[in-house]
Design a protein around this ligand. Sequence first.
Ligand SMILES: [Zn+2]
Length: 324
Amino acid sequence: MKVFITDRTFNNLVKKIDIDDLSDYISLSEFRNKIFDDAGLYSLFNQLDLKRLLVYKEILINDGKFQGYNFLEPEEDSKQFVYSRGGTFKYHLSFKCEALNRSYIDVFIPEEVKENELEDDFRDWFVELDKENKYINRIRGNSVNKEKIHKEILREYIRSFAKDNGLKGNKFNDKFQFIIEGKVSYIENDYSFDLEVFHEKINHYQRLKECLPIGPVINYLYKHDYLNNRKVDKLKEEVIRLLEKNNIEFGKDFFKNCPIEYVKEILVKHYKYKQEVIKLLKAFFRWTYSFDKIDFKIVDLEKLGLKCCGICAKNQSNFLQFLP
Ligand SMILES: [Zn+2]
């Protein structure tokens, strides 16, 4: 029986799967032979990125078969949103399943709520607030002013939740929006993939990357993704700790020549370019090896901790009832 998984689930599987004869260190020549034949891209990635790209491609080449694997634990509740609360990854029995292709709307939990560990209270509060579909359902209408809905929620938040819980209700920057909209899809753009555009985009990011400064210390920092998330005031001590721990020499004038604000700026850019290139390469692999034709086996996926989607399971049992 053919089964289907989302792109997101596939990415999570890739993190857990090891493939045979995977070396600890993926060299430039291995990168060119096994992943993508473009030497200029190699330095963009760290070893973990390279391993994941290789596994991603290998699973596609091997038609969804894999040997070494680790159990994929249910996704933890990140406590970032009102409705998405983690859980088991699912596979689907029909590509028409509504859970496989759907838009979703969720609500961000504000920073000060998380700082005070009031996430569950906030969730209950919001669900109650939206009981009569005053907010989420309105977003689904096209002609709606989202900014207005955000402000309405913010007003309610300050008036009741923040007040009742002794929060200040003022920790919102200009960019904060309560509502997030996204889309779950089975495959992205695979039929509209354009090889010429792909190469143009790869070259574009390559040129951008070449404009970034390089040097032994900076190159080392580029390999550590978590740094680009650090706020500027914490970044300097984090960088120094990392360099000292790994005996990477940096002159005492390093931060004079390269102020921490500048380090932050180039780390963020480097990370962004890398993510774009990874996205492009994955789309290229999916197109080359027909992601939609992959024959995942239920028994393999269940060994990895995936479960059958509830909607699909129900449809399947309805269907079986009518068989002779
Ligand atoms: Zn399903």
